[in-house]
Design a protein around this ligand. Structure first.
Ligand code: MN
Length: 488
């Protein structure tokens, strides 16, 4: 454990004094929270200015300490970071109603990120702050728990994903999901545990077989199991119509090797042992994901007909997949922070296009040029919308989805009997595109039957498939069979 520098020690002293007499909902002295944030930032390997800003992140908002004091004592850079974090949290104030509040938060986030000149370290501090608040969420009243948990699932976990901070994303999403839908959380958690228990023996055998084969090829490696997170299983099941049979990565084995050549060699070794499933080999090394994630993925069928996913990557790729942008601060701390200060962007560790775009936009704004926010392809949340049932359950749908997509997602019985829809309490029609945060209530009638015209009011394959099936059943039942076409 690294010793605290004099500057860090001093920051702790200043924060302690500022928060004197304040307490958290857990009953502990308030300083426990900034110190926990400090610890998280250290674990992420962040630079000293970021750590100091983490220690002071709540002082300007909640104590007599001013930004000027911080500038005087700790310098411009720390003050800039604290100011950024303060602005991010005040942007969330006064929006108590979760349904208007979430979309607005997202909007504000974008605007703010641009206004802040996109020093990503502000976001990293905010993520550490949120992580600790989630870890201690049980101390809050239930309505606040739900609100913070929902916001974490919809704003912060996706942000962590965009920064490729995989470990953070998983912890955040699972902590939050537990509060958003406790029953489902327990159900899926048990399911995963049961599955892993039953698969343990055969997985060990596969691990041994692969290890022996890799040793024979003189490849340096480590191999370990990776457990799927509860929330990602939940999302995947939703996408695949709750069909467990379509989840191929419930268990995955991760092989970490020395270099890229060994990655491809390892893939070959695995394919010589087991049968690869068609269409499930993904080369994220040649074609990294948008967030910079790199790995080879393949799903194979083993000799005892078990389906197992393998993820193959180098140590650097692994570190980057787990810690994302934070990891590169660790490797390249000085250079990166220097370049951020100068507004340079060429030393970003990977091709994070959205950050580049953010920074370019920030620069244009600083120069006083006009920027059309709508044209930004930042796309932080745009591929997906989250809407709610009247009971507050979150349903995620692709952007552009309509009420029938929503209805069929709930249940085919509901979809088949739709007579109308209320969006945010008002009657609406089935052509209406759903918007982020809408509360959608589907009205049904027993006497309603599915209509062919509905095919134009559906965008998800899942709903389409359900509707086609229902239409076929209906025509089989009621209409006389189509006479065969006479051949000449
Ligand atoms: Mn805080």
């Amino acid at each position: 454990m690294k010793q605290d520098s004099e500057r860090i020690k001093y920051a702790i002293e200043v924060a302690k004094k500022a928060h004197e007499g304040q307490f958290r909902k857990t009953g502990e002295p308030y300083i426990v929270h900034p110190l926990a944030v400090k610890k998280i930032l250290e674990e992420w390997g962040m630079d000293e200015d970021t750590i100091i800003a983490g220690i002071l992140h709540d002082t300007v908002e909640d104590t007599p300490l001013t930004l000027n004091d911080i500038k005087k004592e700790f310098g411009e850079s720390v003050a800039f970071l604290v100011d950024g974090v303060t602005k991010l949290s005040t942007a969330r104030n006064g929006m108590r109603d979760i349904d208007t509040y979430l979309p607005e938060t997202k909007d504000n986030f974008l605007r703010l990120m641009i206004a802040l000149g996109s020093d990503i370290r502000v976001l990293i501090i905010k993520l550490a702050d949120r992580l600790h608040n989630l870890r201690t969420l049980s101390a809050l009243p239930p309505d606040k728990q739900k609100k913070i948990a929902k916001e974490s699932l919809e704003v912060f976990a996706p942000l962590a994903d965009r920064l490729n901070m995989g470990r953070l994303r998983v912890e955040m999403a699972d902590l939050a999901f537990k509060y958003v839908d406790p029953r489902r959380y327990e159900e899926l958690k048990n399911l995963i545990e049961k599955y892993n228990k039953s698969a343990a023996k055969s997985l060990q055998k596969i691990e041994d077989e692969v290890s022996a084969a890799l040793k024979k090829e003189k490849i340096n490696f480590t191999i370990s199991g990776r457990v799927k997170s509860v929330y990602s299983l939940h999302k995947k099941l939703a996408k695949h119509n709750q069909n467990m049979g379509e989840i191929y990565d419930l268990t995955a084995l991760r092989v970490i090797v020395d270099d890229i050549t060994d990655c491809y060699l390892t893939l070959g070794v695995i394919h010589s042992l087991y049968t690869p499933m068609g269409g499930r080999i993904k080369d994220y090394i040649a074609m990294p994901k948008q967030n910079g994630y790199q790995s080879l993925h393949t799903t194979v069928i083993t000799k005892d007909t078990r389906v197992v996913e393998f993820q193959i990557r180098t140590k650097e790729m692994h570190e980057y997949a787990e810690r994302g942008l934070a990891a590169s601060f660790y490797y390249n701390e000085q250079k990166l922070t220097e370049n951020y200060k100068k507004g340079k962007i060429e030393h970003l560790p990977t091709n994070l296009l959205w950050i580049t775009e953010l920074q370019t936009t920030a620069a244009r704004l600083r120069e006083g040029k006009k920027v059309d926010l709508k044209k930004l392809k930042l796309n932080l949340f745009a591929d997906k919308i989250f809407v709610y049932t009247p009971k507050g359950d979150i349903i995620d749908l692709p952007a552009g989805a309509m009420p029938l997509d929503f209805a069929y997602r709930l249940h085919s019985e509901i979809g088949d009997h739709v007579v109308g829809v209320k969006i945010n309490g008002k009657m609406s029609n089935l052509n209406k595109k759903l918007e982020q945060g809408d509360i959608v209530e589907i009205l049904t009638s027993k006497n309603q039957t599915p209509k062919t015209s509905w095919l134009d009011r559906i965008i998800t394959p899942h709903a389409r498939q359900k509707l086609l099936r229902a239409l076929k059943l209906k025509s089989d039942k009621k209409e006389p069979p189509i006479p065969p076409i006479k051949k000449k």
